[in-house]
Write a protein that binds this ligand. Structure first.
Ligand code: MG
Length: 391
């Protein structure tokens, strides 16, 4: 069986949080940063050994951070990261795993899929690092003035875990002693080893600054992306005594024609929510030909769309509906409409907008032939890992 070891580098002295603790032991989402990283490897089915390189002063902190996890005894680190990695590799020499994954202890968001991808890439290449293509324009700056714009094509940001065939990287590190290299891939490159790129993850950040900690602690600002969808609908008037708009029945001298209750506002809203997650449209989910929707309360459509959003581990942030008609007057019912929608979506009413306008007696709405509605919905989703071909 191919043996895979993980070497977690946590010997740094960085105290950039104004804290007495080295940053890898600072609390993050209720646990030391390091523990998140350790757990990812200790629990991974492809990883057989986990060894951590720590500073000799940190034994007590480390014992707390690693308590209960399936991890070997820690190894004493060196003066630099590179020294620490080499000492960790030397400590693994007796075990002699086939592969080693070298990971920064300050990257708590390493995912199981990323670890598996790095291991898989080592079948074809002696080294593999996760990386993300550089998206920002790069400037070379001197004295606060831009000297040049650096071509970013072909530039990638390297992350960890960086994987290597064990004997290759051990001898490369031994030979690189005295050189100052910023990551283990650079050590491998110096030894002439090919290093392949695997798709990194935008969540796999290294926590180096207080604001990184704060961002992670506030999930509304980290690990989410926001998407917006829009919807539009029209229903015509026919003889009747009330209309249903945004979940509220309003006495009127006509009603809206339609297969369901013809709630034009909720139909636009349903399409907006579906649009935000690319899940088709209302006609696809509730075909007018299907008798079960005859006279149905359109609340069910909104709730169905919400179920799709929740199935993606996503949530609705806010919605905004505009009703276009000369009559009935929407103003007196606005609060009830907002409340009705808020209850359908299980969000606070301050996240629901309902507005009305006329078209100055122009067009079909101006001639009172029907009502039109527009809606926007914003949802937030957990950030997907970057992968080739994805924007
Ligand atoms: Mg409709």
């Amino acid at each position: 069986m191919v043996e895979v070891a993980a070497l977690i580098v946590a010997a740094g002295r960085g105290r950039r949080f104004g804290d007495s603790l080295p940053k890898q032991y600072c609390a993050y989402r209720g646990e030391p940063i390091l523990r998140h990283a350790l757990r990812a490897f200790a629990d991974h089915e492809r990883v057989n050994h986990v060894v951590t390189v720590i500073h000799p002063d940190d034994h007590e902190l480390y014992a707390q951070a690693a308590a209960g996890l399936a991890i070997d005894a820690p190894v004493r680190g060196g003066a630099s990261r590179q020294d620490s990695v080499r000492l960790g590799l030397e400590a693994l020499a007796d075990t002699a795993p086939d592969m080693v994954l070298i990971h920064d202890g300050a990257r708590p968001h390493v995912g199981a899929g990323l670890i598996a991808d790095v291991v898989a890439a080592l079948k074809a290449c002696p080294g593999a690092v996760p990386a993300i293509p550089v998206a920002d324009t790069l400037k070379r700056v001197s004295g606060g003035i831009v000297e040049a714009t650096v071509e970013r094509k072909g530039l990638w940001r390297a992350q960890t875990p960086q994987g290597f065939r064990f004997s290759d990287i051990l001898s490369a590190h031994r030979r690189a002693r005295g050189r100052e290299l910023t990551d283990d891939a650079a050590v491998a490159e110096l030894a002439g080893l090919d290093v392949a790129i695997v798709a990194g993850s935008r969540r796999n950040v290294k926590i180096t600054k207080p604001e990184d900690l704060a961002m992670g602690e506030r999930p509304e600002n980290a690990g989410w992306e926001y998407r917006t969808g829009q919807g539009f609908d029209v229903h015509r008037f026919e003889a009747g005594t009330s209309v249903r708009l945004c979940g509220v029945s309003i006495p009127h001298d006509r009603r809206l024609a339609g297969h369901s209750d013809a709630d034009v506002g909720l139909h636009a809203l349903t399409d907006a929510i579906l649009g935000a997650v690319g899940a088709g449209d209302i006609g696809e989910h509730f075909p007018p030909s299907d008798p079960q929707w005859r006279g149905a309360a359109s609340d069910a459509f909104v709730v169905h769309a919400l179920g799709i959003v929740r199935g993606l581990a996503a949530e609705v942030v806010n919605v905004d509906v505009t009703l276009v008609c000369e009559a009935p007057k929407v103003g007196p019912h606005r609060a009830a409409m907002r409340q009705a929608i808020a209850e359908m979506l299980d969000i606070h009413a301050d996240r629901v907008g309902v507005k009305a306008t006329t078209t100055e007696k122009l067009g079909f709405t101006g001639r009172r032939e029907g009502i039109a509605a527009q809606a926007l919905a914003t949802v937030r989703l957990p950030v997907e890992d970057w992968a080739p071909g994805k924007p």
